[in-house]
Design a protein. Structure first.
Length: 112
């Protein structure tokens, strides 16, 4: 890790630039401008990559949340269907009991 930090903070020197092919004879002023431009380009590239990575992470999170939401909704729908079936069965039972009660001799209603 310490080595990575050194590499990140290390700057290109004029001497290193002059060792590169086609840059052997640049003036000091030109070398400083080139180093400045390369550094700015590197910063823009780094920021762009970080932005893309964050966007991808957010997209993945949204997809996960979407799947979780769909799963929860599916479970809720299943429970709702079960409840509606139970309610229908209960209503049917109540109707059948009320029919049975009215068939008997005593048609009075008792309130407790």
């Amino acid at each position: 890790m310490a080595g990575e930090k050194e590499t990140e903070r290390r700057r290109l020197s004029i001497a290193e630039l002059r060792k590169m092919k086609n840059y052997e004879n640049v003036s000091e002023e030109q070398a400083q401008e080139i180093i400045f431009a390369v550094r700015n380009l590197a910063v823009m590239f780094y920021e762009h990559l970080n932005k893309k990575q964050k966007e991808q992470e957010l997209t993945k999170e949204e997809k996960r949340e979407g799947k979780d939401t769909k799963a929860e909704k599916s479970k809720a729908d299943k429970l709702s269907k079960k409840d509606s079936k139970k309610n229908k069965a209960a209503k049917t039972t109540i109707k059948e009991r009320s029919k049975d009660d009215t068939r008997g001799k005593n048609n009075s209603i008792t309130i407790w």
